[in-house]
Design a binder for this molecule. Structure first.
Ligand code: FAD
Length: 384
């Protein structure tokens, strides 16, 4: 087996970068293509801080290439849920035993840290502003378009990893093959990201080491801490109906809604109205498909193969776990790509399907049951 075998990774998001690092460090020659420009140059322009919860699955994969400790330095532990009721009264529910936590990390910061490592790895070449338009599975030719110049090109991939997210073009090409199962299911909920400002001297105005939840029955807001003292809030709210984004049209609609539903958070959100109308409403989709492999040539990983809704905080973590599992199989069956791809999809599919179900279930728990006294009592009894 030649370690100089050429691997093409499509998608330079969180999972694509981590997978490239695993492959590059093993000696494979990797070309990583990303449709957006270099995030490290554009990051400041985004201006918004968006964070993710990193848990054990994710840490294991980061530790696997020796970067867990680096990332831990910029991660904030969240030891439990802090529930905010309608009067602003707080109650804390620990996630586990003392010291157990999930961690808030900046999505952009983590992607940048991974891109820096990718760039430093001499086996990996980065190509930005290159969008996959389609894959010819007969010849394994990938058709690319330069998103800056519009120029089109074709590359040949010995092995292609489709890590291009929930709306994967690599998967789209596979969807036209025989007996390919595919479903995408949207919730009738969207999400909007908003900000709780830092206090004087960058102090956190809410408890720093907690994931904050404002459960309101059929909707909720959550907030995760950032290093600069701010919190990124995410409002999950229906698209349609009496209580919905469709009915928050004016400044006074928004102010009235927040004053009623989130009275303790609203005074900490001085740019609420501006952000509310500027920031988009995002979709919440579950993607399932099978197979994830086309012969021994193409493999889907991350959201491209298993996109889940964010309520279990496990989408990225599951994508990172893909890298751990893939790496173990690569060690066991080096060079036998057919076996590696086949075993990978058979091991991961049931696990990620279970996570997709749990993620939807957890939405009901977070928005509704965490505030329900009977549910809390039952949890207490269960944990004994
Ligand atoms: P992506 O992050 O989508 O990356 C795909 C990359 O491919 C992107 O860089 C994209 O630009 C590029 N790309 C796309 N199409 C093409 C193309 N045609 N050609 C070339 N490049 C392309 N997960 C957690 O674990 N914890 C959380 O707390 C959490 N919170 C979330 C909150 C929200 C609101 C949402 C929406 C998701 C959350 N997730 C969370 C899920 C997490 O964001 C995803 O699971 C994760 O980003 C998947 O990584 P990925 O690399 O597979 O895909």
């Amino acid at each position: 087996m030649s370690r100089r075998e050429h691997i093409t990774v499509m998608g330079g998001g969180l999972v694509g970068c981590l997978m490239s690092l695993y492959l590059g460090k093993k000696g494979y020659k990797v070309d990583l293509y990303e449709r957006k420009p270099d995030l490290r140059k554009a990051y400041k322009e985004y201006g918004r801080s968006i964070n993710l919860a990193l848990s054990d699955r994710g840490w294991k994969a980061l530790n696997g290439i020796g970067i867990g400790d680096e990332i831990r330095k910029v991660a904030i532990p969240m030891y439990g849920r802090m529930i905010h009721d309608l009067q602003g009264k707080l109650s804390f529910q620990p996630y586990g035993k003392e010291g157990q936590a999930i961690y808030s990390v900046s999505r952009g910061g983590l992607n940048i840290a991974l891109l820096d490592l990718v760039e430093a790895e001499h086996n990996i070449t980065l190509h930005f502003s290159k969008q996959c338009e389609r894959v010819d599975l007969k010849t394994n030719e990938v058709h690319l378009r330069d998103t800056a110049t519009g120029e089109e090109s074709v590359i040949h991939a010995d092995r292609l990893f489709g890590v291009d997210g929930a709306y994967s073009m690599v998967r789209y090409s596979m969807q036209k093959t025989e007996r390919f199962d595919f479903s995408q299911c949207y919730l009738n909920y969207g999400y909007k990201e908003l900000t709780i400002k830092p206090g004087p001297f960058g102090r956190w105005l809410l408890e720093k080491e907690a994931l904050h939840i404002w459960p309101r029955g059929n909707f909720m807001m959550i907030a995760l801490p950032n290093l600069n003292g701010s919190f990124t809030c995410t409002l999950f709210y229906p698209y349609e109906g009496h209580e919905s984004f469709a009915n928050l049209k004016t400044e006074s609609d928004v102010k009235r809604f927040f004053k009623k539903q989130f009275p303790d958070a609203m005074p900490l959100m001085p740019n609420l109205v501006e952000e509310f109308f500027k920031n988009p409403v995002g979709d919440l989709v579950t993607i399932r498909c099978f197979p994830w492999a086309f012969q021994d040539k193409v493999l889907l990983l991350g959201d491209a193969s298993h996109g889940i809704v964010p309520f279990y905080g496990q989408g990225m973590n599951a994508g990172f776990e893909d890298c751990t599992v893939f790496n173990d199989l690569l060690n066991e069956h080096t060079g036998d790509w057919h076996t590696i791809f086949d075993k990978f999809q058979k091991i991961r599919k049931p696990d990620t399907d279970a996570m997709a179900d749990l993620a939807i279930y957890n939405f009901i728990e977070m928005r509704d049951k965490v505030a329900d006294a009977r549910f809390l009592l039952q949890k207490k009894i269960e944990s004994k």
